[in-house]
Ligand binder design. Sequence first.
Ligand code: C2E
Ligand code: MG
Length: 702
Amino acid sequence: MAGHSILFLGRGDFAAEYLAELETLPCCTLLIRSPEMAFPIDAPSMVDLILLDAGPATARTGEDLASLIQTLKPFPVVAVTEKAGEQRGIAAMAAGAQAHVCIDDVTVGGQEGIFDHAVRRHRLQRQLSDSDMTVLSILNSINDGVIVVDRDGHILDINRAARGILGLGPRVQPDSGWERTFCCIDAGGKSYRNAADLPLVRARKGEKFSGQVAIYRAPEQPDTVLSLNGQGLFDGGGELIGGVVTFRDVTDVMRRTDELERRAQYDELTRLPNRRLFAEHLSRAIGRSQRKGMPLGVLFIDIDRFKSVNDTLGHDTGDELLREIAARLKNNLRVGDFCGRWGGDEFVVCLEDFGEINNAAAAAQKLLLVLSERYTIGHSEVYATPSIGIASYPDSGDNAERLIKAADIAMYEAKKRGGGRFQYYSRTMNAKLAQREELELGLRHALVRNEFVLHYQPRIDLGSGRLIGLEALLRWQHPRFGLLQPARFLPILEASGLIHSAGEWVIGAACRQLAGWQRQFELPDLSIAINISPQQLVHRRLAEAVAESLNDNALDPGCIELEIGGGDIVRRRAAEMETLKALRKLGVRLSLDHFGTRDVSFESLDNGFIDSFVLDPSLIADVEDNGSHQRIVRAAIAMARGLDIEVAAEGVETLTQLEFLKSCNCDLAQGFLISRPMQPEKVSAVLRSEIAGTRLLARGMP
Ligand code: C2E
Ligand code: MG
């Protein structure tokens, strides 16, 4: 800026030394007047700036000072005080002075910038309309930081809040290059300084923006993360004259958000990357492999019979085992390889740069050995073996999803061959993969397309031979593969989480059907057994769905039996126990399915949770000539008698089996001998003849 003509208003003897020095500045022409003599100011156009002695000799009170500054409004005013009169300088600023100089603090040479600043600030204020000025003064008094900048990037105003947030002392007046102290953040979270994106630059270029996150990075102080809004400042004629940004400190908020984000990407239990993060890493690794023309390996690891660890030793031990497995995995990978938890007892590993396929096998073999070593958890010694599937890029698939699926399919194959081994993915498994994908995709639509149906299998009372109830069994009418049994799709429903919505549908449909039959055939005691997957217990929604269905169909809760598959009752987690309690409270009957093939503690049989259990078909199948099974069945039924628990036998195919069960005093029976599962229409016919006195069993008997 060119030189200034400065009019000094004040006592002639005020800081004579200071004034004498000022006069020596090449850029200043100094005119000294005492206030009494100053008005009217002659040749105002010749005055660029007024330097005002803000001490009591010029204006006795604060009010005098404010009204004097008001009178001088057409000029930029810089208040000058000695150190002792600093408060007056601050009051002068509040009254509208552009700047304040404390003569003990500044060097005379340093004044030039201050004068320059005052002139620019004054010019901008003059250009702003009154309403803009009001807005600015409001902004200055709020808790948000406010910075006003002119078109050239000169910082004209920094409010107190801004100084606090940015750690600027009250007197520090940044120069125009200061706008580069702010850094922008790109989509990947990296900081950069591209002039066009810097917040102060955007505002002074007239851009309006809100919520820009930027970092204030000043030397020797920690980064401050800011959320900024900005916009241009325009004069009455609409011409751009500068910009204003307002901002707040979001450092803590961002830190918390980062932490949440981090948590959302890592598995809570094992601290390994979760599914999503692993898939992201894998996609990037595939990109690198592609560029380098190198293969890449993916291992899918599942722990054999992990469920039985949970069932026999409890979920806490199960959780500890998973943590230990994760630690062993991490510790035994080469640098550059990475792993993640895919879910449950499934882990995934990416082997980058493994060279030839044999090396992937060597890595799998090593993990197989390491993971099969004994685990000591609390006082228990636990043994676990993994099944490992190996897929490679580009042979087994060209994207993360396909590779993981392929490794998963190969893992299944390893499991089918007995577990504790690894297995390559091969092309012949492709057909299976394609079919599984098709099923998975189809299942997502099965509910809306009404493709699920229920078949019902009668259950009879062994004493009277009467049909007392039915088990609802899910079927999927697949548009291409026809009627599918649960074995084909239940594991996919369970693995994908679709079991919750499908399970709810089963409950609704079975209850509606039961209510219909009870009314139509006047059989108020007719009961229905509904299968529940263990996962369903985790959701409190299950109890709500059951309650709704009971309500909607005005059913007696005692007519509904929920058959819970898998695992012991008492070793369940808190959420599952809550659901079980809620179900009990509703009055529905709870039953343990597949009894004889799962670990069940006496405690869970004797704690009043269970009304009945269902003997597994595998026990019944060879009961005629398997002495051990005979003894188990007999003992189980005797125990149930003592505990007042009802026993149903499933899979009864022969009369000999039936007679044996009768001889053991088994309560109920179900099986092909009595009837296969049927469509609802057929059940209606059976119920009709049942009422007419024709017993199913009588028909089944020779
Ligand atoms: P489950 O609860 O043990 O059901 C009995 C299974 O044994 C049925 O197979 C039934 O068709 C079959 N079965 C009945 N009598 C005989 C017999 O005399 N001999 C032989 N060999 N088999 C017999 P299905 O319908 O294929 O169901 C298989 C399993 O799928 C069920 O076992 C149950 O655990 C599960 N499941 C079925 N429907 C549902 C459902 O709606 N939800 C859930 N979560 N699971 C279900
Ligand atoms: Mg069942």
